[in-house]
Write a protein that binds this ligand. Structure first.
Ligand SMILES: [Zn+2]
Length: 477
């Protein structure tokens, strides 16, 4: 694994053209990990996708039938019809819908070992489950869990994840979680947080965060991954001491990294957004997660602050935390989008499913078939999500000059036939099995339904081994 990471860091730095100079990647000591799970990432080349139904998600470009997308060295260089480029490879997209890769805005990748583990009674519910397991996870378990998540993401057409890593029990836990993302070639924000079971009276490992920030050029997967802070905020299970939350917040601001925080996670946790606003702890660099308790006045405070919101309908409703407040934030003009959050309950990692559920909940609440259009919902999973993450200058739509994060959805399947409205088909009918091709930053990571740089069998085997060991350590029979 160490050799692969070194190679990938090197290739990424060259191919991405983002990181100045070539510096050695982080040395890692993980002799026990399955070395067969990932392969070197493919080179970025030059290719033209042709004969496609193209949903650019760019308001100025719209949709194209018989469309083409020309990609060179990771960049979208042309979008149009009948583009022919001598020397470029041709990817025939007949019967395919081509659109920007899906973007997750909030996901605890390290949860994925515990898929569907949340039980049906208090002690086996979501929070007790993840808290008990978190305390016995080793760095290699973090890697195995997040590698499974990242592999699932690519398979489902998710090209950007926001990895909200809040089980950092040591620097090695952080490194392994980060490497799982980098090894798969995803675009990401990787946000440094607490150890889940840590007291809210203790600071997070700020020295490790500062060291990673200092070394970020060589840790960032060639510039594909951005560092952030997964901040606890003023309140988690109880109100935190000011010297804890303020010190953490001020550190992130001093480092100039984006801040993301769970606030108002339950409908009953009222007044928390107002408390953060009055303490000066919101701003354009702050992403609020859930905000189910937001009052009308608090929605206005969020708008005034410039903060964004991640609304996560599946976990919010499955967990009984509350009804998503996505509509309220949309109407106020707050950047809002969806994400995966966790697969411990609620279903697989599927940004489209979150977006379609957001639309269904919104239409139900509005008693209208048309309150949220399917195109608007698809935007929640693409361009809006890029805006929430602050990366809409480089992804979120098929626009000339942006990086090439692209999915191709096959309509040659029983659940996708016959061809009708492509926006509705992608949002309401497409499943990961229909995702034919996934391209991240110009690298083809899934082609004709198969992952090109990941061996799923090895990823699954490693996850099974890791879960068995974690269960044994937690004495969870
Ligand atoms: Zn969360």
């Amino acid at each position: 694994m160490c050799m692969l990471c070194t190679r990938r860091g090197f290739l990424g730095a060259l191919g991405g053209g983002v990181v100045a100079g070539v510096v050695p990647a982080l040395a890692r000591a993980q002799p026990s990990m399955a070395r067969s799970a990932t392969k070197p990432l493919p080179e970025r080349g030059e290719f033209v996708i042709t004969n496609a139904t193209v949903l650019t998600m760019d308001p100025a470009l719209g949709d194209l039938s018989g469309g083409s997308v020309h990609v060179k060295d990771g960049v979208i260089v042309a979008v149009g019809r009948d583009i022919r480029v001598p020397g470029a490879s041709v990817i025939d997209a007949t019967d395919m819908i081509v659109l920007p890769g899906f973007i997750d805005t909030h996901w605890h990748l390290w949860h994925t070992l515990f898929r569907n583990f949340a039980g049906d009674a208090g002690p086996s519910g979501f929070f007790p489950t993840i808290t008990r397991f978190s305390a016995v996870m080793n760095p290699e378990d973090m890697y195995a869990s997040s590698l499974l998540a990242a592999s699932e993401a690519i398979n489902a057409g998710i090209t950007t994840v926001h990895d909200w890593c809040h089980n950092i029990r040591s620097r090695a836990h952080a490194d392994e979680d980060l490497h799982a993302v980098i090894d798969t070639g995803l675009r990401a924000q990787w946000s440094f947080g607490q150890a889940l079971a840590q007291s809210d009276k203790e600071l997070i490992r700020l020295a490790d965060l500062e060291a990673m920030h200092r070394d970020w050029n060589r840790l960032s997967g060639g510039g594909l991954v951005r560092l952030g802070m997964a901040w606890r905020g003023m309140f988690r299970n109880e109100w935190a001491p000011v010297e804890v939350y303020r010190t953490e917040f001020d550190t992130a601001r001093r480092l100039g990294i984006p801040i993301t925080v769970h606030i108002g996670t339950l409908t009953s946790r009222t007044g928390h957004i107002e408390a953060h606003a009055k303490a000066g702890l919101l701003g354009p660099d702050v992403n609020i997660v859930h905000a189910c308790s937001a009052s009308a006045a608090e929605v206005a405070m969020v708008k005034a602050s410039g903060a964004s919101v991640s609304s996560l309908p599946i976990t919010e409703m499955r967990g009984g935390w509350g009804y998503p407040k996505l509509r309220e934030f949309l109407d106020a003009g707050v950047p809002v989008a969806v994400g995966v959050d966790s697969v411990v309950f609620g279903g697989p990692a599927n940004v489209l499913r979150n977006a379609s559920l957001a639309a269904m909940q919104d239409n139900a609440a509005g008693q209208s078939e048309f309150r949220m259009t399917m195109r608007r919902a698809l935007q929640l999973a693409t361009l809006d999500a890029a805006r929430v993450m602050g990366i809409d200058d480089r992804t979120g739509s098929l626009t000339v000059g942006k990086r090439a994060d692209i999915v191709m959805v096959s309509t040659n399947a029983l659940n996708m036939a016959p061809t009708t409205d492509p926006v509705h088909m992608v949002l309401e009918s497409a499943e990961p099995a229909n995702i034919d091709t996934v391209i991240v930053d110009g690298r083809i990571l899934k082609r004709q339904g198969r992952l090109t740089a990941i061996e799923p069998g090895a990823v699954i085997a490693e996850a099974r081994r890791s879960l068995a060991a974690v269960r044994q350590r937690a004495n969870w029979k």
